[in-house]
Design a binder for this molecule. Structure first.
Ligand SMILES: [Zn+2]
Length: 355
């Protein structure tokens, strides 16, 4: 006769977590338990009221950010409509065209880049991201959902937040195409709607350089991680020998911060607000000051799968960079010129510390 109940050790704790991630949203301001009403989440402790937008709660708090929340809510609903009418690809294209106001060709290029991102992260989950696969996996900065889709393809339920609900709406539909229902919310990395010690994996790719308060971002990461949990971040190096990746201007990072905005405005004619790239020493200091987790820094070569998506000039530069990246001198000097770096680590285990 078949047994209907099995013990945790028979099933394996990892498998149990996988089927019931058991992650509940809390108030991002006071962390009290929330009551779900038809059109919002309510906090009885602080009277917070968080609307549900495009089927996802909007827990964004009053913090400086690079987008207008009201407009972003309208855009999230518009994306739902575009996906229904014209499909996912048209919706991704529309974000670049309508919100970023990119030229037609650049919209097509960036749309392809987003779509290829899921394969890129599927590869990385088998490599340097192998440690962040204990559930619940929480991603800060979902964006259009490339990593979330890669996780869904591996049978995970993606959990996470983004400050842009327009991108979250794209990500939601893309994950659903994989046959998985994601758990997403609009929120700020500086005020996460999660209880202390609630996730076993925290991943946040290309985000720390854009948040308004980098110290609070790291403190929140340390807060929500369970003891023994792993984190993984990626960020461009402030002191890179290649052009600043967001604005394509050389030498930005070597200038004092007070001059960076003016230099970028002069050379590229765009704003440099909400771009604050960190050098390795600055990042280590921020970690020490906010949550005291110990980061491990690694300067990787650029993956061939990514280079294939670059325009020819940038691809040549990337291949040259990779040749240099294999030398031992590079490993020594990488913090002074490497393009970007990975930051990984683990929150100390309380039990191990007590022994
Ligand atoms: Zn509250």
């Amino acid at each position: 006769m078949e047994r209907v109940s099995r013990t945790v050790s028979e099933i394996g704790s990892e498998h149990l977590d996988k089927t019931s991630p058991n992650l509940n949203w809390v108030c991002p301001r006071c962390r009290a338990v929330l009551v779900k009403a038809p059109e919002s989440y309510l906090c009885e402790a602080c009277a917070g009221n968080y609307p549900i937008v495009a089927e996802m709660p909007d827990f964004r708090i009053d913090q400086p950010a690079w987008i207008d929340f009201g407009r972003d809510r309208d855009r999230a609903c518009a994306i739902d409509e575009i996906v229904r009418r014209e499909g996912l690809e048209a919706a991704i294209f529309d974000v670049f065209k309508t919100s970023r106001r990119f030229a037609e060709a650049k919209c097509r290029f960036r749309t392809r880049q987003v779509q290829a991102g899921a394969d890129k992260y599927t590869l990385q989950l088998g490599g340097w991201l192998a440690d962040i696969q204990a559930e619940p996996v929480f991603e800060v900065g979902i964006g259009p959902g490339q990593l979330a889709v890669a996780l869904a393809r591996r049978g995970y339920v993606p959990h996470g937040i983004d400050v842009s609900m327009e991108w979250l709406a794209v990500a939601k539909h893309w994950v659903r195409e994989q046959g998985v229902e994601p758990v997403f919310a609009g929120a700020m990395a500086e005020g996460l709607p999660l209880p202390d010690a609630s996730v076993r994996s925290y991943v946040s790719l290309d985000v720390i350089e854009h948040v308004g308060d980098q110290g609070r971002y790291l403190a929140e990461m340390a807060r929500i991680l369970k003891p023994g949990g792993h984190f993984a971040l990626v960020t461009p190096n402030r002191y890179s020998l290649s052009p600043e990746p967001h604005v394509g201007v050389w030498g930005v990072g070597y200038l004092p911060r007070s001059l960076q905005g003016r230099w970028v405005q002069m050379r590229a004619g765009v704003s440099y607000d909400f771009n604050r790239l960190l050098g390795v020493r600055e990042l280590r200091q921020l970690f020490r000051d906010n949550g005291a987790l110990v980061p491990q820094i690694d300067f990787p070569a650029i993956a061939e799968a990514e280079i294939l998506l670059f325009p020819p000039g940038k691809a040549r530069f990337a291949r040259l960079y990779n040749r240099i990246a294999r030398t031992s001198l590079f490993r020594l000097l990488a913090p002074l010129g490497g393009a970007y770096y990975r930051v990984t680590g683990r929150k100390p285990d309380e039990l191990a510390a007590a022994e």
